[in-house]
Design a protein around this ligand. Structure first.
Ligand code: SF4
Length: 380
């Protein structure tokens, strides 16, 4: 299989691992005094655990799992608002499957569906648009969720709805951006971060330059990475070499997919449809300036917040996380998922307490799937 198997070659992996070990030793990193490398993207967290890279790399490297899972960073209040919209009469609420089981304070979307709300899983906002065309007497709402990877497709669906003059289609917009939370983490005096593995899919859209401030203002290296094991090993090696050499640059390991300046069509669609919110709430990180997107006034007929008077249109709402939940600490890399007292006890994929346990990009789900479950069962 082209572009897959050559990035899983065990012989090449051994060569990279030997070089990683050599550079780690040259830096002087040890288990007691490791280099801290944050993989921002939840897809990378899962790849690291799926391929056992955390165990193959030297103990002198500590992977810190970043806030790059859009379902996980969504505050509970926004999940509650999804449920409220979905339970309105005459609404068909559409969402990616990943968000169905995320707990809200009252219920998840899955529970709301079981209680009778018309909630449908879709693969794209264009599926929701088609539902709106076929159901002119119903209000069809799409749960717009995700980083810059999914934001353009939502923008295109709004542009298309405007062209067609559809008046029964809207987006509950929860799109967020990657550079701002990285800045928030770098500004946190408690965080120890020596370098970053940057998100491949997001960078495919925005390019590599939105990360320049990480090198220029904070003196930290970032390497945009692909998702196969050799991609990740090579990216880690590139970060380590920068640390060893005292360099701080933005490098692109995933150049076969990520253009330096991103995708101009996607960037133009996003600029046309969205503007920055003054701030947006992130689970575990709080309010972060200019980190969320809202639909421009020109397209406000397609903004579910305006249409239903909910969310930021209705003012702030303060929702407490469930007791004992350590999602925030995990999301900011302060603790590993297994250090959460609820891991495998009050929180499992079947009975989740936090989104990190159910999202396909959640760090707790990765730990559970690739070893954590066995560790909990062995301890019982
Ligand atoms: S185990 Fe559950 S409650 Fe604990 S951090 Fe993970 S998702 Fe949150």
């Amino acid at each position: 299989m082209r572009y897959v198997e050559e990035f899983r070659d065990p012989k090449a992996a051994k060569v990279l691992l030997a070089e990683i070990e050599k550079v780690t030793n040259e830096i002087g990193a040890t288990k007691e005094k490791p280099v801290h490398i944050m993989e921002i993207c939840g897809g990378h967290t899962h790849a690291i655990f799926r391929y056992g890279l955390d165990r193959l790399t030297p103990e002198g490297i500590e992977f810190i799992h970043g806030p790059g899972c859009p379902v996980c960073v969504l505050p509970m209040s926004r999940v509650d608002e999804c449920v409220e919209i979905a339970e309105l009469e005459n609404v068909i609420f559409t969402t990616f499957g990943d968000a169905m089981r995320v707990p809200g304070t009252r219920k998840s979307l899955l529970q709301a569906k079981a209680d009778g709300a018309d909630i449908r899983m879709v693969y794209s906002p264009l599926d929701a648009l088609e539902l709106a065309r076929r159901n002119p007497d119903r209000e069809v709402v799409f749960f717009g969720l995700g980083f810059e990877t999914t934001t353009p497709s939502t923008a295109l669906s709004i542009q298309q709805a405007a062209r067609e003059g559809l008046n029964n289609f809207s987006i509950f917009c929860n799109h967020i951006t990657v550079p701002e939370p990285i800045k928030a983490l770098l500004d946190d005096p408690h965080m120890v971060l020596d370098g970053f593995v940057g998100p491949g899919h997001v960078s495919m859209v925005i390019g590599v330059h939105p990360y320049d401030f990480i090198a220029e203002d904070y003196g930290k290296p970032l390497v945009v990475a692909g998702f196969e094991p050799l991609d990740l090993l090579q990216s880690v090696l590139m970060v380590l070499r920068q640390i060893r050499d005292g360099r701080a640059e933005i490098e692109n390991q995933y150049a076969r997919i990520v253009p330096e300046h991103g995708n101009p069509v996607s960037i133009a669609a996003m600029a046309d449809v969205y503007q920055r919110r003054p701030s947006f709430e992130w689970r575990g990180l709080g309010e972060i300036d200019a980190s969320g997107l809202r639909i421009r006034d020109q397209y406000k007929a397609f903004d579910a917040e305006e249409k239903f008077g909910i969310g930021y249109a209705a003012g702030p709402r303060n929702v407490q996380e469930p007791e004992g939940c350590e999602c925030g600490a995990v999301m900011t890399g302060r603790i590993k998922p297994t250090a959460c007292p609820q891991f495998g006890k009050g929180c499992t994929p079947e009975m989740p307490l936090g989104a990190l346990m159910v999202s396909s990009e959640g760090a707790c789900a990765a730990y559970w799937q690739y070893g954590g479950r066995r560790a909990v069962e062995a301890a019982e």
